[in-house]
Design a protein around this ligand. Structure first.
Ligand SMILES: [Zn+2]
Length: 139
């Protein structure tokens, strides 16, 4: 059974983003005019103001920019201490997520993390939450 999560902020663009997560696809809007990926989703490109876009798949590779550990509880679903990480996705957008399978004390500026998925649910229904962990061992 999917894990209860804080209620997502929802609009027509967010709804499409989350729909792709049901098939474990991380897709962001990519401007059809200039090619820039954008996040969070919205109606126009912040570089060229075009409103043409496609939902393009991402590699799931990311670089750690920074992180912080909350020692106060803000959501019952995320009991403290809860670490949040700021990532730069390989395609460029900045993305806030949280780390899995890595101790916060082992996080390093610039380290590579890869996309993982966690089953989740809220009042809008089931979805998969993109989280990030160390690259899987190559065998
Ligand atoms: Zn553009």
């Amino acid at each position: 059974m999917a894990t209860a999560r804080p209620v997502r902020a929802m609009d027509p663009y967010a709804e499409q983003f989350w729909a792709f997560t049901l098939s474990r696809e991380l897709r962001l809007q990519r401007c059809a005019a200039c090619g820039k990926f954008r996040w969070p989703p919205g109606p126009t490109c912040d570089r060229c103001l075009s409103d043409d876009f496609a939902w393009s798949p991402l590699s799931g590779k990311a670089k750690v920019l920074s992180w912080t550990t909350f020692r106060r509880g803000y959501f019952p679903e995320y009991p403290p201490p809860h670490t949040v990480v700021a990532l730069e996705l390989a395609e460029g957008p900045l993305f806030i997520s949280y780390p899995v399978d890595v101790e916060p004390s082992d996080l390093r500026d610039g380290m590579t993390l890869e996309l993982r998925w966690i089953d989740a649910t809220d009042k809008f229904g089931e979805y998969n939450l993109p989280v990030f962990g160390p690259p899987a061992a190559r065998g």
